[in-house]
Write a protein that binds this ligand. Structure first.
Ligand SMILES: Cc1cc2nc3c(=O)[nH]c(=O)nc-3n(C[C@H](O)[C@H](O)[C@H](O)COP(=O)(O)OP(=O)(O)OC[C@H]3O[C@@H](n4cnc5c(N)ncnc54)[C@H](O)[C@@H]3O)c2cc1C
Length: 675
């Protein structure tokens, strides 16, 4: 996982000893299991039968040398113990357990390799059939149909040579925040250039294949562990950003958070009708509706559980066009929506931006913000298309620069540009998501209907303001394989064999503590995040318990929490309280419970104090006039609900402030001009 490059099966980066060890490691993680009733070969199949070892080596070849060395070191350590020629799976599992306990670095590397093997094992497909041999057992249909030949609606600029241009504003990143600001500025007559690091993908590219989607549409090629291994990060990286891959749950900004941002962080108007108008405008433009929230059997179990427990819950509101929506394909939303019904940024705000004269460059990575006389002067970027091999330097001269590269990359860009002040990268909030799988009787049809069709908001608004929402999750076999705790090859297969009967819940947990984005010597973002705040730890356990209760009151026969090896497994008849107490004692990190994050916020936050915030409450940098923060990184604190709608509304507010400052910079707006 991580590093968005396509994996080549021709890679040759391991020594023969390392390769033999890797093969043995793969087959220890996924060994053949004797089972008389095995019509699809699920039990008999071992990892190397599907070439997983070659995929892992291919992936290792894409890594920077130092990162690769971290992982191959583990193979060397195992080779020294004759891992490949150990007499049985049991003795190999024993060697892994001992190595896991030997050091946190070894545990982290083992866990990374193990996750990778399982991700490939349950995700790779036969190029001829588009199917993975394990999916029959998982009752996962795989792609339902080939992508439609939908033409691309947006015209983007493809530079043939180095390009220098002048505009009124340059927007970096085309996701939930950047797209709104581009549209709003263009609508007001400003010339706007949007730079997007990802490619442009639409229905014609959405093959309903998980691994392809990760490579094409996700930050660093899919689920990526934070540098400390504590949390798995998922973010969009394509034209339209996270809105292209997200689950379309539209939630208004909670009143309590609005008051906090207005009172404690001086975001004037956020607690009043002005911001309501931004929210209303955003929800209208993206077509938010509750008409397309069909419940699959898994989500019916959640509704049933809430009803039995007397917990508040509601139907999800989603940015989906009822005219083209079909529940048959909605389960694949996070791989790109083939139906085209998702009202993502590329279907809405970017269309508006282009209609009003904006220019868009994809595959264009902003490297540095240009500053002259202490204020914004433009952006230096690199265009590089891996499919054609073409590259070009791009320079956009602009008196306004909007940083909207997402909360993982926006601070990295500021740090590379040496602007933003001491708070850049601090206060990274991630909504760490605990994951629980409850196994029920019968097929839960997780691949049918939207992943979030209902929300349990019973715990959303406690007195201290730090609560959580409980929601469903999508059916993604590769990610499920990687996230399911591995205690032995047999136990992991047993859990995966039940995947079709699983009801997976996540809790969107409002975090009070925070992590950090720094950069490495190459200027790449390095993310660290540990749950050290007492309240966050308490809420994490509370959320796990609530998710377990939903499973137990609806008759789950087995339950487990997402994470690494050594996590316990509950079976009907076991003491639930004892099970939950054991989970509470588990560490949160590479050797225990492992949260996910699909919501990154706060790393370039707004506020009045230049020591603790990056931007003023208007969105403009404290230290560099003309540079504005336009994405989720501007949030002063964590939101506690799914953030897309708030990001868009806040971006619209920022665009309004930018437009109001136009005359103070350079008079009237100008068209984009190539220099
Ligand atoms: C699987 C998944 C499911 C989700 N489900 C929901 C949901 O149901 N509801 C909800 O409200 N939220 C959901 N979210 C979260 C939501 O989509 C994100 O919070 C939101 O898209 C973030 O908006 P943003 O503008 O901050 O950044 P993004 O939308 O991530 O956009 C940032 C863009 O900047 C680009 N970029 C990065 N660096 C550079 C650079 N240097 N130069 C140029 N471009 C750059 C990236 O490629 C990316 O396209 C989900 C997210 C994921 C990953």
């Amino acid at each position: 996982m991580g590093e968005a490059q396509s994996v080549s099966l021709m890679a040759d980066v391991l020594t023969s000893d390392q390769r033999a060890t890797l093969r043995a490691f793969c087959d220890t993680i996924v060994p053949p299991i004797d089972c008389a009733d095995d019509p699809t070969g699920f039990w008999a199949r071992r990892a190397t039968d599907t070439g997983v070892d070659q995929y892992v080596e291919g992936y290792l070849a894409t890594l920077a040398a130092d990162r690769r060395a971290d992982l191959t070191m583990v193979l060397d350590g195992l080779a020294m113990q004759d891992f490949a020629s150990a007499p049985s799976d049991l003795s190999r599992e024993q060697i892994l357990t001992e190595m896991n306990q030997s050091s946190s670095q070894a545990a982290l590397a083992l866990e990374a390799l193990r996750s990778l093997i399982l991700l490939f094992y349950y995700g790779i497909t036969d190029p001829l059939t588009g199917q993975n041999p394990n999916w029959t057992q998982l009752a996962y249909p795989g792609p339902l149909r080939p992508p439609p030949m939908t033409p691309k609606e947006l015209s983007t600029i493809v530079p043939n040579e180095d390009l220098e241009a002048q505009a009124d504003a340059c927007v970096i990143g085309s996701g939930a925040g950047g797209a709104v600001i581009a549209a709003e500025l263009a609508r007001r007559g400003l010339s706007v250039v949007v730079l997007e690091a990802g490619g442009y993908h639409n229905e014609a590219d959405f093959a309903q294949l998980e691994l392809k989607a990760y490579q094409d549409l996700y930050w660093r090629g899919g689920p990526t562990l934070s540098a400390d291994g504590n949390i798995m990060l998922l973010a969009g990286a394509t034209l339209g950003g996270g809105t292209v891959v997200n689950f379309t749950n539209c939630v208004r900004t909670p009143d309590r958070v609005r008051r906090e941002w207005a009172n404690d962080y001086h975001l004037d108007g956020v607690d009043g009708p002005e911001f309501d108008a931004h929210l209303d405008a955003v929800l209208a433009r993206i077509g938010a509706t509750d008409e397309c929230s069909d419940l699959n059997p898994a989500q019916e179990r959640l509704v049933e559980g809430c009803t039995r427990l007397g917990w508040k819950h509601k139907r999800a509101v989603r940015n989906t066009d009822p005219a083209t929506y079909s529940p048959d394909t909605a389960g694949y939303l996070s791989f790109g929506d083939q139906s085209g019904s998702k009202r993502s940024a590329d279907k809405t705000w970017l269309v508006d931006a282009l209609q009003h004269g904006a220019a868009i460059l994809t595959r264009t990575h902003a490297q540095r913000v240009l500053v002259q006389n202490g204020r914004a002067a433009g952006v230096e970027a690199l265009y590089a298309d891996p499919t054609t091999g073409k590259s070009a330097s791009i320079t956009i001269h602009a008196p306004r620069v909007v940083i909207a590269a997402g909360a993982l990359e926006s601070p990295a860009l500021l740090l590379r540009s040496n602007i933003g002040g001491p708070a850049v990268g601090n206060y990274l909030r991630l909504h760490p998501l605990p994951v629980v799988t409850a196994v029920h009787a019968g097929d839960m049809k997780n691949w049918w209907g939207a992943p979030h069709a209902m929300i349990c908001d019973e715990f959303a608004n406690p007195d201290d303001g730090y609560g959580f929402l409980i929601e469903g999750a999508n059916y993604a076999p590769a990610l499920a394989g990687a996230a399911t705790p591995w205690t032995s090859g047999r136990a992991h297969k047993e859990r995966m064999a039940d995947a079709s009967r699983g009801v997976v819940t996540i809790s969107v947990l409002r975090d009070r503590g925070y992590g950090r984005v720094a950069i490495d010597p190459a200027g790449e973002a390095v993310i660290t995040y540990a749950i050290t705040d007492d309240l966050d730890r308490k809420n994490y356990c509370k959320a796990l318990d609530a998710q377990l209760r939903l499973g137990s009151v609806t008759g789950a026969t087995a339950m487990f929490a997402g994470g690494a090896a050594d996590l316990p497994h509950w079976r009907a008849g076991d003491d639930l309280e004892a099970f939950s107490a054991r989970l509470h004692r588990a560490p949160i990190g590479p050797t225990g419970l492992r949260p996910f994050s699909a919501h990154q916020m706060g790393s370039c936050r707004m506020g009045p104090d230049p020591w603790t915030s990056v931007a003023k409450p208007s969105g403009e940098l404290h230290d560099t006039p003309g540079v504005w923060i336009g994405d989720a990184s501007a949030f002063p604190t964590a939101l506690g609900v799914n953030p897309m709608v708030t990001i868009m509304a806040l971006a619209r507010r920022t665009a309004t402030a930018m437009a109001a400052s136009v005359h103070t910079v350079d008079g009237d707006a100008h068209p984009v001009a190539v220099c």
